[in-house]
Design a protein around this ligand. Structure first.
Ligand SMILES: [Fe+2]
Length: 404
């Protein structure tokens, strides 16, 4: 019985086709007609079969498990068809087929796993030139413009939308293009209006040190939309944006022992409105991925709880937090922008810290509307559109945020 391996999720855009395959027992050595060579593990290859009997991992209608592939699995024969497809007949009679594109995409990946990992573009006070700006109408109506803005969010963690109508529903209309809007205990859309009886710091007129929002949640907001309805006069209330990955990189270079502490010591953030909510999360301020690269930041000096640490470590932990605060407050690391009505600032809340200078609430009412999206929803929108507009980028491993 012949099974065809489909791998519908892998776009076969590589012109390279296997020229020869050599069965080495536990490995298969492949040489492509463009000169590329590499090896794949036989056990890996058997597990990669997505024929009808084995099922398909992208949809989850999958029937083959890792436990079904024995360590001593061997191929009885391996053949390349004229179309470049490779058929593997296994010793138990099962046959798997793999496209040239699938093999080319994966050969060597066992030795170079970081090649598929995405590297963000870091920035400091110099973002102005590179900041992606996208017009509201185009983002709402045109998938390719939406894709380009999602790519800007992937690269810089921040983008600007312009020409957004001041109507309340415009905020949700544009945000909804990027993924499902998260409903929180503050609702789906939150109006930040300066007022004397402020409930949270964002409603006061005081300066705010750049921070990530809601680090006291196990899973903080992924992407934040700030829609400017009315803004302050002059240069007051200027937004201050900081690339958390950039300051983490500086800290890693200059104060490695303090950086290290923030990647492995738990820090507690909390928020309580008595009788209503009491959030508390202990997490790493700097999250690393499996390769050791920075994948997320959570930090808000205003929600730091009294920390829990052994007496000999507590002063070091506080010094690490103080060093991070100094880097965040350094103007050399801050991109400054005076938001104008009709602008929406979108940013990755697990990478980019946001703050603002003080303003005079008697001179102007400041009104921002804000909503939150989960980061995997936004990255899903990026990948789905990348299938259409940039297939090479669709399967890159993106940085996955402030994991606990
Ligand atoms: Fe905030």
């Amino acid at each position: 019985m012949l099974h065809t391996s489909k791998h519908p999720t892998v776009v076969d855009h590589s012109p390279a086709k296997p020229r020869s395959v050599r069965n080495e027992g536990t490995r298969v050595a492949i040489e492509f007609d463009d000169g590329k060579t590499g090896r794949l593990s036989m056990r890996w290859l058997r597990l990669a079969c997505e024929c009808e009997a084995c099922g398909d991992t992208a949809s989850g209608k999958r029937w083959l498990t890792p436990a079904d592939v024995p360590a001593d699995i061997r191929a009885a024969s391996i053949e390349i068809s004229s179309g470049g497809e490779t058929s593997v007949a296994w010793q138990d009679g099962h046959v798997s087929r793999f496209t040239a594109g699938f093999l080319a995409a994966h050969v060597g990946s066992g030795g170079d796993a970081d090649a598929r990992r995405f590297s963000p573009v870091l920035w400091s006070d110099d973002l102005t030139e590179e900041l992606g700006r996208f017009v509201f109408d185009a983002v709402v109506e045109d998938d390719e413009t939406l894709f380009r803005s999602l790519r800007a969010l992937r690269d810089h963690g921040i983008a600007m939308l312009t020409g957004v109508p001041a109507e309340p529903e415009a905020t949700l209309r544009v945000a909804g293009r990027y993924g499902p809007v998260r409903e929180t205990s503050y609702g789906k859309v939150f109006d930040l209006i300066s007022r004397p009886e402020a409930r949270v710091a964002g409603e006061t007129a005081r300066a705010q040190i750049p921070h990530t929002d809601e680090p006291f949640r196990y899973s903080p907001p992924g992407f934040i939309f700030f829609h400017a309805i009315r803004t302050g006069a002059g240069s007051d209330g200027t937004s201050l944006m900081v690339d958390g990955f950039h300051v983490a990189t500086l800290m890693r270079r200059d104060k490695p022992e303090l950086f290290d502490l923030l990647t492995r010591h738990g820090v507690t953030f909390h928020r309580e409105h008595a009788g209503e909510v009491f959030f508390s999360a202990e997490a790493h301020v700097i999250s690393l991925d499996a390769s050791g690269a920075v994948t997320g930041i959570r930090y808000n000096d205003r929600c730091l709880a009294p920390q829990i640490a052994i007496i000999d470590e507590i002063d070091g932990l506080i010094e690490a937090l103080a060093e991070l605060t100094r880097l965040i407050c350094d103007p050399a690391n801050q991109f400054r922008h005076q938001l104008q009505p009709g602008e929406v600032l979108v940013f990755d809340n697990q990478r980019v810290l946001h703050g603002r200078t003080a303003f005079d609430p008697t001179l102007a009412v400041r009104h921002l509307r804000s909503c939150n999206l989960d980061r995997d929803g936004v990255h899903s929108a990026f990948r789905a559109l990348a299938r259409r507009f940039a297939p090479d980028e669709a399967e890159t491993v993106l940085y996955q945020g402030a994991i606990l």
